[in-house]
Write a protein that binds this ligand. Structure first.
Ligand SMILES: *Cc1c(COP(=O)(O)O)cnc(C)c1O
Length: 444
């Protein structure tokens, strides 16, 4: 293969467009179309029967007792916070690198998010959790970021030791496993997005799951006025007197078009994910040993896996590549691919966002994040600086095992890793780029 990088005018590794089906997601068949059409023809958008069927099927899929749908994942996570009784003055520990929808809802409960560091796999670092615990800590928000299963053995042991509740945000990892058990079944409550960009993609939809009846009932009462009644909420629930209105003042009912599509997607989900995993593992096998980059993936030998491998990324180590910035590395890879794949970043670390420092949601005259808190959490954010220096870059999210195309993409990344010197020799170093985004991903 030619060594001269396409960045400097060499021949790109990939000169033509990959077949569109290689990346297309979700996979929509006539069965999805028929399910959606039935909802339209019955004018049943706002009913709940299809949604309830999906809830039962999804609960069975995960092996949990209860499931409740919401109009999106953000609200399902707010419902999870309400379910466990998160309130003013409570602290909840969350990894700093995640999408805002994991934790920003705390402002409506007067609770304080405390950010902890991440590992090289961009996953909540169990070794940093105890630093964040105070007598006010009520819960952990565990995120299986970019589908990598968080270290649940270590995390659950810490939760048990300190008597903390655990919420799992499974928005990136539906169907994934940790040591033989589905993600979303470890914590007291789990909630997740099933939005069109996620690996379980059903339009705009979210779902909460739990084995605890009391949490299920509180979650229902939060944003579901039509289910906040004695058919659902038993007398043992503290919210029993408040039937008939949605207690969060928000309405979270799912649109049945999305539930109908979700029912069809669920039937094929595990099989489609298995093909994605085969493709992604092959891609990373080809890149084993490449200088400066490592797969963000889990060892499958113990029964763990990455589900549908949402938004796959690699970890980047600039020191191994002569200090080459991740931004410039990605630019050079994009030149080899001639495509809109390979961007630096993932989400910015949340502790760096001004909203967690000064935003005053309820006009209390002090930042909401610490409005009910007696210590300066904001000052402690500096302890999360190491997380800002965990670099990563995106890789193609293959939906099919197409050996030849996977090999071509891997060759493009390897070419840059092997010829990085040319890039660092350039006088003009691109600045160590900010490498991230608050939301959205590149076009993949
Ligand atoms: C997408 C996402 C959410 C929010 O889900 P929506 O359905 O978009 O509201 C929450 N947490 C994470 C980690 C996400 O990626």
């Amino acid at each position: 293969m030619e060594k001269k990088l396409a960045y400097f005018g060499g021949t790109p590794v990939i000169g033509e467009k990959a077949p569109e089906s290689l990346f297309r997601w979700p996979i929509i068949t006539e069965e999805d179309e028929a399910a959606a059409l039935a909802v339209i023809r019955n004018n049943a958008f706002s009913g709940i029967d299809i949604t309830e069927k999906f809830q039962d099927e999804f609960a069975a899929f995960l092996g949990v007792k209860h499931a409740v749908c919401y109009c999106n994942g953000t609200l399902s996570l707010a419902a999870a916070m309400f379910a466990i009784g998160l309130g003013a003055g409570d602290e909840i520990i969350c990894p700093t690198k995640t999408y805002w929808g994991s934790i920003t809802q705390t402002v409506t409960f007067g609770a304080t998010p405390v950010f902890c560091n991440i590992t090289d796999m961009l996953s909540m670092d169990p070794a940093d959790i105890e630093r964040c615990i105070t007598e006010r800590t009520k819960a952990l928000m565990v995120v299986h970021y970019f589908a990598y299963p968080a270290d649940m053995d270590a995390i659950m042991a810490i939760a048990k030791k300190h008597n903390l509740l655990v919420i799992e945000d499974v928005s990136h990892a539906q169907g994934g496993m940790y040591k033989g058990r589905r993600l979303g079944t470890f914590g007291d409550v789990a909630a997740m997005s099933l939005m069109s960009g996620k690996s379980f993609a059903a339009g705009e939809l979210g779902i909460l799951v739990t084995n605890t009846r009391a949490y299920y009932e509180r979650a229902l009462a939060y944003a579901h006025y039509e289910r906040n009644n004695k058919n659902y909420i038993t007398e043992s629930c503290d919210l029993h007197p408040y039937a008939g209105i949605a207690l969060g003042g928000v309405k979270g009912r799912a649109n049945q078009l999305c539930s109908a599509m979700a029912r069809v997607q669920l039937k094929y989900y595990d099989a489609r994910c298995a093909e994605i995993r085969r493709a992604m593992n092959y891609f990373w096998d080809l890149l084993e040993g490449a200088r400066g980059i490592r797969a963000i993936r889990v060892d499958e030998s113990e029964g763990s896996n990455m589900g549908g491998w949402y938004c796959p990324h690699g970890a980047y180590y600039p020191a191994e590549l002569g200090g080459l910035s991740v931004g410039k590395f990605c630019e050079a890879v994009r030149a080899e691919l001639g495509g809109d794949i390979c961007w630096a970043g993932g989400n910015y670390c949340l502790h760096t966002h001004e909203a967690f420092h000064t935003f005053d949601f309820n006009h209390l005259g002090r930042p909401t994040r610490v409005a009910y808190c007696d210590r300066d959490m904001v000052g402690e954010d500096a302890l999360c600086r190491p997380s800002e220096e965990k670099y990563c870059f995106s890789v193609p999210w293959f939906k099919h095992f197409d050996k030849e195309w996977i090999e071509r993409y891997a060759a493009a990344y390897r070419k840059v890793c092997e010829n990085y010197k040319e890039l660092t020799e350039e006088n003009e170093q691109s600045p160590a780029d900010a490498a991230g985004r608050w939301y959205g991903t590149s076009n993949q």
